[in-house]
Design a protein around this ligand. Structure first.
Ligand code: NI
Length: 258
């Protein structure tokens, strides 16, 4: 079994609907998909979809791009969505200093508020960090002991930093970029991180793996990420699929029966 630990199926790019996307995923051996939210609206849609689609789970969270102006009402709404069935954690949350779509102090405020929620609810988190690794990791260190699991989604940092994060007990999730020709850093990360700490994802509809570059990404394509990691590590694709799926199910308390 393969799990795509991060895909935005509520995105308008999926005009054909979630059912068709999940069908193609299953046909490719991808039986479970986790759909994080990016704001209150997308978190709610993800939770509603998860409630009716076999193999689909949701997360609730406010992305750093959308942090500006987030108030207590929004955070209460996120808590409410978190209590819905098949909502398995908080994400995606973090800091993005590359696009800086929200002021940095606002990003930090909303990031911290959601880590407090994770602490309160005892739930795992998926982290987005772009050009903001230092601030992101300083804040995460404060929560390392209080949040059950911290996953660095679509990790783009150095192998040295990955080693530090592993030391702190964090998990690393790799997506399409590991398949790119110039992916030297990601290849080193895929090689050096213990398999027990790795997850795989697509970040659909973004970042398609190499044979599909330029197209819309979708969960079925996570197979290419698994294949590439297996090739880099010199193990079978079955082993990468099995261990990353087991990691994901353990972190997000997903049982095989659904
Ligand atoms: Ni994402």
């Amino acid at each position: 079994m393969i799990i795509d630990s991060h895909a935005h199926l509520e995105d308008e790019a999926f005009v054909e609907g979630v059912y068709a996307v999940m069908e193609r995923a299953r046909a490719a051996g991808v039986e479970i998909v986790i759909n994080p939210g990016a704001d209150v609206r997308s978190s709610r849609v993800a939770a509603e979809n998860a409630a009716v689609h076999e193999g689909l789970y949701a997360m609730a969270g406010i992305h750093p791009h959308d942090a500006a102006g987030v108030g207590d009402g929004d955070l209460e709404e996120i808590s409410r969505i978190l209590s819905m069935p098949r909502v398995v954690g908080i994400g995606e949350i973090g800091l993005d200093y590359y696009r800086d779509l929200s002021p940095r102090d606002e990003q930090i405020r909303v990031f911290r508020a959601q880590l407090e929620l994770a602490k309160e609810f005892g739930c795992p988190v998926q982290i987005h960090s772009r050009d903001a690794h230092r601030d992101t990791f300083e804040i995460l260190k404060e929560y390392a002991d209080d949040v059950p699991a911290i996953v660095l989604h679509c990790y783009s940092g150095s192998p040295e930093m990955a080693a530090e994060l592993i030391e702190l007990g964090f998990f690393i999730s790799l997506g399409g970029p590991v398949t790119y020709r110039n992916a030297r850093k990601s290849v080193e990360v895929a090689k050096s991180v213990p398999l027990e700490r790795l997850l795989v994802e697509t970040d659909s509809p973004y970042l398609p793996p190499s044979p599909y570059r330029g197209e819309r990404n979708e969960p079925a394509y996570v197979v290419e990420v698994v294949r590439k990691i297996a090739e880099i590590r010199g193990v079978s694709t079955e082993e990468v699929a099995r261990v990353t799926a087991a990691n994901t199910m353990r972190i997000f308390s997903i049982s095989p029966e659904g």
